[in-house]
Design a protein around this ligand. Structure first.
Ligand SMILES: *Cc1c(COP(=O)(O)O)cnc(C)c1O
Length: 405
């Protein structure tokens, strides 16, 4: 204790402490959902270095930075190939084309997902067949078989928020009905399922994006591996699929021979983005560990509140990397508005399910789980840049809403 502090009377000191405490309690802070500029500051030197390298060499399209990132991504996911694209949507679109899915075909998609999963199906001329989800926000595997018809050619399981759909069961069903499996893994880079949870010692992790014909990735800035603009990729073990997508992303051209192999698209991952993503990919394992730590903190502090369901599922072998920490609050908007009013940025994806948007022309067959969760979802701040103090504030605010201090 410094000299001047020791001079303050005991009474004044305790009064001071009380006002400090009060101020702390009522102070509305601002906790951001994501803070990209802060992440930039965390790894500025590395990002600046590759920026200057790319710019000074003029390496803008399809250069070594793209190939390096593709190799590292494929290694990370555990596939033979990765092909960089312009977005997660493009990854889905290219995958369906590669699987030969088109007019007259049906593709099974979950009723609760980002709209792009479904739009890719519509845009290749096929019909999306929606299936309700389960308590873990992923497609309910018990409802898949009844949605299969003689026209069903594919299924797009979505691994939402960082937790994988039941791939062992889905692969079984796909094999039985001869369906192409396109994994929408846009929210689950780094997640996995142990291949044989019963044999824990021998079990090997099989990563998201390595189960189906392709894994589809998005590097949209706020994804777990986010670029500085749009970006995406597919991962695959099939050489013909990798070759097809490599050509189609660049107007159908075989760049060595100069031959066009079909009417393609312009959806190549930018070289500069690839260079940034390659830097960030190295940090991903540490960043995932940090996310799990934050999730554990939320779990420990909030699991005794009966009115919120937390995204923790004790399913052996299933990993969760917490791209999002989405809780279900019985009080729906009242809960999410309270957090916002207290300066906490949250996400309520999606209050209105995509199939209820009239212009999309989709059939609403009534999806009860999707309906009820869409009233309740609220994603709490979950990112690598958040401080422990901020996490504490979020926890306190949630507990205050429920009258628990
Ligand atoms: C982000 C996302 C997409 C689309 O990715 P873009 O890069 O924005 O096109 C598709 N599916 C899911 C589940 C996503 O989260």
């Amino acid at each position: 204790m410094s000299r001047w502090q020791s001079g303050i009377s005991k009474k004044a000191k305790s009064a001071e402490l009380i006002t400090q405490r009060r101020r702390k309690k009522t102070m509305v802070r601002n906790v951001k959902f994501v803070e990209p500029a802060k992440v930039y500051r965390m790894i500025k030197d590395e990002l600046d270095a590759v920026y200057f390298e790319v710019m000074s060499k003029g390496d803008l399209i399809d250069r070594e930075q793209l190939r390096s990132f593709e190799k590292n991504l494929a290694d990370f996911v555990g596939t033979k190939y990765a092909v960089g694209l312009n977005s997660g949507y493009d990854a889905l679109h290219m995958s369906l084309l590669a699987a030969g899915i088109g007019l007259g075909d049906e593709v099974i998609v979950p009723a609760h997902t980002f709209v792009a999963t479904c739009s890719a199906v519509v845009n290749v001329g096929a019909k999306p067949v929606l299936v309700d989800v389960g308590k873990d926000f992923n497609i309910n595997v018990d409802l898949i078989e009844e949605a299969i018809t003689e026209n069903t050619k594919g299924i797009i399981p979505v691994h939402l928020s960082g937790y994988m759909a039941d791939m062992p069961r889905i692969m079984e069903i796909a094999e039985k009905y001869n369906l192409a499996v396109v994994e929408d893994a846009c929210q689950s880079l780094g997640s996995s399922i142990a291949e044989s949870p019963k044999l824990r010692t021998k079990s090997k992790k099989k990563m998201a994006g390595s189960w189906g014909l392709t894994g589809c990735w998005s590097f949209y800035p706020f994804k777990i591996l986010g670029g500085y603009g749009d970006g995406g990729a597919i991962t695959t073990d099939a050489p013909d699929v990798a070759l097809f997508v490599t050509r189609m992303r660049y107007n159908g051209e075989d760049r060595n021979a100069g031959e066009y192999h079909g009417h393609g698209f312009t959806c190549l991952l930018d070289n500069l983005q690839a260079a940034f993503l390659d830097v960030k990919l190295k940090h991903l394992p540490d960043w995932i560990a940090r996310r799990k730590q934050i999730a554990e903190r939320y779990r420990a502090a909030l699991s005794n509140i009966p009115d919120i369901l937390l995204p923790h599922y004790d399913r052996p072998g299933f990993d969760h990397i917490y791209q999002n920490y989405t809780v279900r609050a019985k009080q729906g908007n009242e809960f999410s508005e309270y957090l916002k009013k207290n300066g906490i940025e949250i996400l309520t994806q999606f209050r209105k399910p995509y199939y209820k948007h009239e212009a999309l022309g989709l059939e609403d067959r009534g999806f009860s789980e999707t309906e009820s969760l869409s009233r309740e979802v609220c994603s709490l701040p979950m990112n690598v840049e958040i401080t422990d103090e901020e996490v504490k504030y979020v926890i306190e605010t949630v507990r205050r809403f429920y009258g628990k201090f």
